[in-house]
Design a protein. Structure first.
Length: 347
């Protein structure tokens, strides 16, 4: 093997050796949620409150009617409360989820009848349109305008939605992936994107902003963006496939990864118990490579032309803060779904 390039593991060590941390150093705390009159708890972007024309919010797991994902060990009264699962999952009742969605719409807009427009997510870079130009698949300027009827709406496959039609709430579902909301203050166009690691590699956010510019005439200097709660770099350990994918697509890939050391107190106190006879780099014990999906999507927003000060990171790790968020990874697949929503308030 002499003279040959090192494998992925060796490249990871070389590229990320300068960035080594403990999980606590990478954790971003979520702000205190707002509590609506109907009991729904949700997060907002403080700087966006001045935009009276804009609806927006990131849901939590608190304040709904679902019981499918309530932790058995929750203390006292918390064990009796329902949760805000917004995904039509196999473990939950469909009517309960539909009512949860109406509760969220009421919390954000003041009316439970506000149409909530989702998208069938496939971890892609596909962006759909919703509104008066013919529904979710319509493209502005490419079809005859028709009246949009939410009752007849069928979610299309994709991972982004955008509209300039007032009165609609665009929604993407998450349970670890990163939700990104974008709004154009001048043109009054809004968009919601679902960015897991696969969608991030495919540049769902960067290409989505490009579609806003192409199809609605938006300008980057008029846009603002918010990155919502998702699994943080403190908890998101990844392997060779993810590292190789980012390495092949982004020149700044090394800035998105760091080595995180296990902070297990037993391992810290008794390190000799965890020694092995394997060669360095071949033992399963040691630092893990973690990916910062929030930073990855922030860099895409910058690449799309948005200024750093127009991009807000809400904070919160879905894996660390399981009392506040659903986490697919932390619960080993048994998790509800949250929603990030955005819309244009009718005049």
């Amino acid at each position: 093997m002499r003279g040959k390039a090192g494998g992925v593991t060796r490249r990871m060590r070389a590229d990320c050796a300068k960035d080594r941390a403990e999980p606590s150093e990478l954790f971003r705390l979520a702000p205190a949620p707002q509590v609506a009159s109907n009991g729904v708890e949700w997060l907002s972007v403080p700087n966006w409150k001045r935009s009276r024309w804009l609806w927006h919010g990131f849901s939590t797991r608190r304040g709904g009617l679902s019981r499918a994902y309530c932790p058995d060990d929750a203390p006292g009264e918390l064990s009796k409360l329902g949760e805000l699962n917004l995904g039509f999952t196999a473990a939950d009742n469909r009517e309960t989820v539909a009512e949860n969605r109406r509760l969220l719409a009421e919390a954000i807009t003041g009316s439970r009848d506000t149409p909530l427009i989702p998208v069938r997510q496939i971890h892609s870079s596909v962006v759909r349109f919703a509104g008066s130009s013919g529904g979710a698949c319509a493209q502005p300027g490419r079809s005859e305008p028709t009246r949009f009827e939410p009752s007849k709406f069928e979610p299309s496959k994709g991972d982004g939605l955008m509209t300039n039609t007032p009165g609609l709430l665009l929604a993407v579902q998450t349970a670890d992936c990163i939700p990104v909301l974008v709004a154009d203050r001048r043109q009054r166009v809004v968009a919601a994107f679902h960015a897991g690691w696969r969608g991030t590699v495919k540049r769902i956010v960067e290409s989505g902003v490009g579609r806003m510019r192409l199809d609605y005439g938006c300008r980057s200097q008029d846009m603002m963006a918010a990155i919502g709660p998702g699994i943080g770099a403190c908890c998101y350990a990844v392997g060779d496939e993810v590292f190789s994918s980012f390495e092949s697509q982004f020149t700044y890939f090394a800035d998105l990864f760091c080595e995180v050391y296990d902070s297990d107190p037993v391992r810290t106190k008794y390190p000799m118990l965890f020694l092995t006879q394997r060669a360095p780099g071949h033992s399963p014990i040691g630092p893990n490579l973690h990916l910062d999906l929030v930073e990855a999507n922030r860099r895409q927003l910058l690449a799309a032309g948005l200024s750093a000060r127009s991009i807000k990171v809400v904070g919160g790790c879905t894996s660390c803060q399981r009392e506040l968020f659903f986490s697919h990874r932390a619960s080993k697949g048994h998790a509800g779904r949250m929603m990030a929503v955005i819309g244009i308030r009718p005049e």
